[in-house]
Design a protein around this ligand. Sequence first.
Ligand code: SAM
Length: 221
Amino acid sequence: MLSIVSTPIGNLGDLTLRALKTLKECDAIVCEDTRVTGKLLHMLDLPKKELISFHSYSDKKKLTHILERLESGEHLALVSDAGTPCISDPGYQLVSQLSVNHCPFSIVPGPSAFLAALSASGLPINQFIYLGFLPLKKGRKTLLESLKEEKRTIVFYESVHRMKKTMSELADALREQPHRPVVICRELTKMHEEVLRTTITELPHITFTQKGEFVVVIGAM
Ligand code: SAM
C-alpha cells in the first residue's frame, strides 16, 4: 500500500497523528530529498528508516522499482520536503500509476502552503484558482494579463529571488485595477510568519527581505 502523507510546512506541531503513525509503521519512505526527510524523522524521534528518493526527473526504472515493491505488499509512505505531496511537488507520476498497477493507497492529508495562505488571506475563498509557480518565460506575460479577467481568488507560489520582479510585473499587468487586493504570505507557521495585506498599486514599492518562502493571494476586483 502507498500512503500519501502530508508533512508540516514549517511548524513541526502541524504533523497529524495519522502522519506520525504512518511514518512510524511504514516499511520505507519515498521522498524528495533524503536529507530533509531524514531530518524530519530525527526531529520526530522516529527510528531511522529506508528512504527512497523520487523526483519528477527520476528515471522510469525508479518508478518501476517502487511499484514492484508496492505490488509485493510493502507499505510505503510518499512524502515531499514539506506540505502535501504532488502539490507543485513530485509524486504525481507515482500516484497516477497506482490504479494501473492495482495498488491500494491511502491519503493522510495535512498542511499545504496554498491552503494556509488562502485561510489567512481574509479574501473570499468559496472559489479560487491555484496557479502553482508562474511560468518563468513562455506564457508568463499572457498568464499575467489574463488575471485581469479572473473573478475567482488567485493563489500562487513564488521564490524569494523572484518576488520583487514578479510583483512589479503583476502591478504592470493589472495597472487598470489598482485597488485590487493582494495578500503576501511569508514563512507561514514559522517563527517569522508574516501576512501583508496590500493592493496592486502598492506592489512595486514593497521591500522584500532576501529570505523566506512566499505565497501570493490576489482577490477579485
Ligand atoms: N507541496 C507543498 C505544499 O503543499 O504547500 C508546496 C511545495 S512547493 C515546491 C514550495 C513552495 O511552497 C515554496 O516555494 C513557497 O512558495 C511555498 N511554501 C512552502 N512552505 C511555505 C511557508 N511556510 N510559507 C509560505 N510559503 C510556503
